[in-house]
Design a protein around this ligand. Structure first.
Ligand code: SAH
Length: 249
């Protein structure tokens, strides 16, 4: 699908892109029929994602297994399975399911991988990655969001995810190198520290471009010999990556 069509089709959703607040506080469904309704909605979501071209069976299974309603604020639960982003507080959003699935598929996650995410937000992307890889390291710059996600991921028993509060521009040097890096906020340029922390043979998926405008979803690959290549795969709209003072002119 050409980028402009992708953009037009997804524009309303992308415009809003990230929720960040009250998500982890969303109560689990109150009763059995509530649970069944959410399970049904997740099945439908997976069918939609398949129809939109998501092919990786492990990614689809992770989307089916992740309770998105737990990652949205209480007033967003009814809309949790719509294919659009939702506000999560602090001016941020939880990305729309299609974008989460697409970015996860582009990362090509492998069971032994160590993955870095920049922009924990609600914790949803980290939760989708958790069953697919060995370990997820995720960094969030807004402290209340980091705290909420840390608590929720622990409650859900996702013990292979570690949440750090901080500025993701510098990456996570102590845990580097990473087999895969996913960035869910848009910087104007690719942070060099993240390229440096990518292992040989590794992949990074990152939206790059001007703030409050259309950005390019970019896949960066590092070959076994350390050569770096870059390709743009779609036009997207993400919240800006903040921080990075040391990188700005
Ligand atoms: N992956 C998230 C979506 C996150 S929205 C999810 O699944 O819900 C983008 C997030 O990136 C926001 O929470 C924002 O606060 C965070 N962010 C922006 N700049 C950042 C930076 N420099 N370091 C770490 N997190 C950052």
């Amino acid at each position: 699908m050409p980028n402009d069509i992708l953009i037009r089709k997804r524009w309303p959703a992308m415009l809003l892109a990230c929720w960040a607040g009250i998500a982890a506080c969303a109560p689990p469904p109150a009763n059995r029929s509530g649970e069944d309704a959410m399970t049904l909605q997740r099945e439908r979501l997976v069918e939609d994602l398949r129809a939109q071209g998501i092919r990786d069976a492990r990614v689809l299974e992770a989307m089916r297994a992740t309770p998105r309603e737990r990652f949205v604020p209480p007033d967003g639960v009814a809309a949790a399975y719509g294919d659009h982003p939702l506000p999560i507080g602090h001016g941020q959003t939880i990305s729309q399911p299609y974008i989460v699935a697409r970015m996860t598929e582009l990362l090509d996650p492998q069971p032994g991988d160590r993955v870095l995410e920049i922009g924990t937000g609600s914790g949803y992307q980290a939760a989708v990655l958790a069953p697919l890889v060995a370990r997820v390291y995720t960094i969030e710059i807004v402290p209340p969001l980091a705290e909420r996600s840390r608590a929720l991921l622990r409650t859900l028993g996702l013990d292979n995810v570690e949440v750090r509060t901080g500025d993701g521009y510098a990456g996570w040097p102590e845990a580097a190198p990473f087999d895969a890096i996913v960035v869910t906020a848009a910087p104007e340029r690719v942070p060099q520290a993240l390229v440096d922390q990518l292992a040989p043979g590794g992949r990074m998926v990152i939206p790059v471009g001007p703030q409050r405008a259309v950005q390019s979803l970019t896949v960066i690959e590092k070959s076994a010999s350390g050569e770096v290549s870059e390709r743009r795969v779609a036009a997207v709209r993400f919240v800006p990556m903040t921080g990075g003072e040391s990188e700005r002119p």
